[in-house]
Design a binder for this molecule. Structure first.
Ligand code: OSB
Ligand code: MG
Length: 372
């Protein structure tokens, strides 16, 4: 197969409410969709991918306009030159370009969607999923005060979300966690995410979270602090889960062998794509490490693909795969719906969702076409 064209659609969507983490407050989602045109044995097919790089390099070193630049200058020309391209070889061809997993993932995604559509095959069937729906958790941002937090959590629980993840940072941690636990009781599936906001010197403080029976604490320390996470994990009862630190299967192997994590949050974009995500799933499963599927406020394209990934057998904890309406009034595809605490795995060809041209146009900031 041959890649003929990559069109980058930069979009900006308002969020239904501001989303505050330890590193930023976001009020809108800026991203780009990749539209790939692939020459296949069955004719020309179009596929869509989505980049999870954030506008600013605060979650990881990647950022949106940087991802566009690396795609324009290096990723696209490299792939246009490949005579026999498949989704499975995209990662291999892009390997000489160091880093930029989110930019690479978006391109691989679009090629994979087009390839699967040419075979009239769903992503779920390609992966070998074992569930028709996946439990749906919600990531709750840092709130202004305790009353607001309890109201927000109560609302998500009324909607049916199966698990609450609360963002924490130094100074906004023990209080909110205690309040949620007190209000919703010991049976609430509850975990926290620090997005690298602590250091190992905070170990004594973080131990105070142990009494709240959390499922896990996600990425308490810095991205490159594998050894320090291992030390922290030894003194905490709360299981340590890594997010930012795991940017490849190699990093996952290191973390597992060091005892830096007993749980991994798999985000396909962060690790360079859905194929690497599956490799991490397989590796973790072989080591008895639990995994779950994280999110990056994806639009319907990435959200649909995440729902399929999370239906692999090793995804044994509830993921951050909420309904589209958790973040957006209107999505770029058909809405991904959370019902009865689950999101259904799409069954249509490719990722199983369709980008709506009218909605895309409404939210588009700019379009750039890249050709061989
Ligand atoms: O750390 O998991 C994270 C969103 C943006 C950047 C980092 C993270 C998150 C979330 C949201 O927690 C998860 C979602 O998309 O629902
Ligand atoms: Mg996280």
């Amino acid at each position: 197969m041959r890649l003929r064209r990559l069109t980058l659609h930069t979009v900006r969507l308002p969020l239904v409410s501001p989303f505050t983490t330890s590193f930023a407050t976001e009020t809108e989602k800026e991203t780009y969709l990749v539209e790939a045109v692939l020459d296949t044995p069955a004719g020309e097919f179009t596929g869509w991918g989505e980049c999870v790089a954030m506008a600013e390099p605060l979650y990881s070193s990647e950022f949106l306009t940087g991802a566009v630049e690396v795609t324009r200058r290096w990723l696209a020309p490299t792939l246009f030159a490949v005579e026999d391209l498949t989704a499975e070889t995209v990662g291999h061809h892009l390997r000489p370009v160091v880093g930029h997993p989110m930019a690479k993932a978006a391109v691989e995604m679009a090629v994979l969607d087009a390839q699967l559509r040419s075979q009239d095959r769903s992503f779920g069937s390609y992966l070998g999923v074992v569930r028709a729906s996946v439990p749906s958790g919600v990531s709750v941002g840092i709130q202004d005060d305790e009353a607001t937090l309890l109201r927000v959590v109560a609302d998500y629980l009324e909607q049916g979300y199966a698990r609450i993840k609360l963002k924490i940072r130094p100074g906004t941690d023990l209080g909110p966690v205690a309040a949620v636990r007190r209000e919703f009781g010991p049976d609430l599936p509850f975990q926290v995410d620090a997005n690298s906001a602590y250091t190992l010197a905070d170990a004594g403080h973080l131990r105070r979270l142990d009494e709240f029976g959390l499922i896990l604490i996600e990425q308490p320390l810095g991205e490159s602090d594998l050894r320090q996470h291992a030390e922290l994990a030894r003194v905490l009862d709360t299981p340590v889960c890594l997010d930012e630190s795991i940017d490849s299967a190699e990093a996952a192997a290191d973390a597992i062998s060091m005892g830096a994590a007993s749980i991994i949050n798999i985000k396909p974009g962060r690790v360079g794509g859905y194929l690497e995500a599956r490799r991490i799933h397989d590796l973790a499963r072989a080591h008895g490490i639990a995994v779950w599927c994280g999110g990056m406020l994806e639009t319907g394209v990435g959200r649909a693909a995440n729902a399929a990934l999370a239906a692999l057998p090793g995804f044994n904890l509830v993921g951050d795969i909420s309904g589209s309406n958790r973040f957006y009034e209107e999505d770029l595809t058909e809405e991904i719906v959370m019902h009865d605490g689950v999101v259904d795995v799409p069954t249509g060809p490719g990722f199983g969702v369709t980008v709506d041209p009218a909605k895309l146009a409404r939210f588009t900031e700019s379009v750039e076409e890249l050709r061989a």
